[in-house]
Design a protein around this ligand. Sequence first.
Ligand code: TSJ
Length: 649
Amino acid sequence: MDNLEIAKTEQEYTADEIQVLEGLEAVRKRPGMYIGTTGPDGLHHLVYEIVDNSIDEALAGYCDKIEVTILPDNIIRVSDNGRGIPVGINQKMGMPAVTVVFTVLHAGGKFGGGGYKVSGGLHGVGASVVNALSTWLEVKVCDGEKIYRQRYERGNIVSDLEVIGETTSRGTEVTFKADPEIFKETVVYDYAVLEKRLREQAFLNAGIHIVLKDERDENPENHKSESLCFEGGISSFVEYIHRRKSVDLLHENIIYFAAANEENTSSAEIAFQYNTDYTDTILSFANNIRTKEGGTHEEGFKRAITTVMNEYARKLKFLKDSDKNLLGEDFREGMTAVISVKLREAQFEGQTKAKLGNTDIRALVYNVVNEKLRTYFDEHTDVAKLILEKACQAALAREKARHARELVRRKSPLENASLPGKLADCQSRNPEETEVYIVEGDSAGGSAKNGRDRKYQAILPLWGKMLNVEKVREDKIIGNDKLMPVITALGTGIKSDFDITKLRYGKVIIMADADVDGSHIRTLLLTFFFRFMKPLVEQGHVYIAQPPLYRVTKGKTNHYYAYSDEERDRILRELNCKTEIQRYKGLGEMDPEQLWETTMNPDTRIMLKVTVEDAEAADETFKILMGEKVEPRRMFIEENAKYVQNLDI
Ligand code: TSJ
């Protein structure tokens, strides 16, 4: 710290500093390599990169309070009450350590080459990336004696590390403004997005106080604030998930296990509880990073659950000696679980680098769950019985569903004979070129049948009463008069039976009216696909047709179609003469030629491709939609467009 006096003018760069500048220049040139995208995700990522450093300090045991504030002009301030980033001179770089943190690009960035190394000891990773992508950034460090300050602009040092005052407290405060030249789409933070992530971090790190404030509005009355601290850690997380879903619980207490390996270099925590629903929610994390694709920690957990529960199913006479073991999925029905492991050098694999690969973690989690679940069941036989009873019912439903499927198959040995009667199939059998339109309503179905290209396009009109698929087990789906035709027409089967290679059409297109009922049908079908044919959505086979809302006619023969109110107004402005406007209330109002021209012709139509941006979020939203509350449902329908991405075909 004594060396701070070594002042330099801005022109005198050392060789190291030139390297530094070149490093951060690379970040500005290819920001995607370091933060994934320069869209809203990347923008929010900046905040996480900074906060992660404070969380590391908390995990090291030196900090218990972190504050994140969104200031006017979307400036972010993150502060903690840790030791303060060291201000002493770093010998290798010849500058204060804090300056190194903000100006030296650390090797092996998340999205760059090399394997990503997680925080846990690697403080400052990412802070230089945030600095490079900010129009300006200021750091203040309190070391219990002095207050230090340094400022950077687009990653460049613009002021030396200066002493600006005295203090008895310790901590770090970083304030930055994301550079709109980099984040061209938007630099506006979404409070809800930050809140979700910070809440998650508060659950995963029990006892840390995280405060989020939104002070962007000029009227202080409109400021928002959230204080997040959960002494219960991941058990509170399970409780929170259940409360949000407003489900009925199968048993009162949350089951919690924790353990570390012998060298104390890895640790695992597991919390779970059952509700009376039929779906499971398993969230896993490695070093506080969500592992959406699962990995060794999840595998260890699932295996241990299946082993121990099958054993107790026999012990407590739920299974006879001659009975087959239940499957893992039976024991997971209605389960909400959070698995959190912390380890050195986590290996992230999979398509989105969201799958934990470290093999020793599998055994660690398996062993702790295997051992402690036995003890738990011995001490809580009542809970064991409730869980095993539910698993047996799940197995029965699974068997029933299989039986029903076999009956359906056996009834009609000829492949075509089993296709739904209302299906107007196409001539081609090549899924690479075929598509099926799922159409609500018989009149629209008629127009679609007559307007289609029958070589490639099949039409399946829907009728009958739609099931609330969220609350329904597989065995009820099979035989439902509305969904069964969809299943047989697609040919893939559902759930564990799903086989994408049997898909009869490459594109599955939902075509419904642009009104509230149409929205409802679309959402129900999407829910069904998410729940029962997830890979269909994941692999991009599901589309939503976009019929026009208006037809503007000029003179007798010139027709223009508008797909939104704005487009209608634009067309009217451009034509600015005598025109006639027709509003389409439903698909049935269009004649076959119009439907083809506007909605079905692959050369001119606009379709939305349904994505599983965040299957978890979508799933939750569907629960809102299917739940009893009307207001959230209405909101969802209005926001439905969020789940689909524009696609120009
Ligand atoms: F790096 C950063 F800019 F992203 C950042 C770091 C941002 C914020 C808001 C906080 C921090 C941070 C870093 N908080 N606390 C620390 N601690 C250290 O850097 C630290 C302090 C002392 C020692 C030591 O060994 O004495 C070691 C470290 C890593």
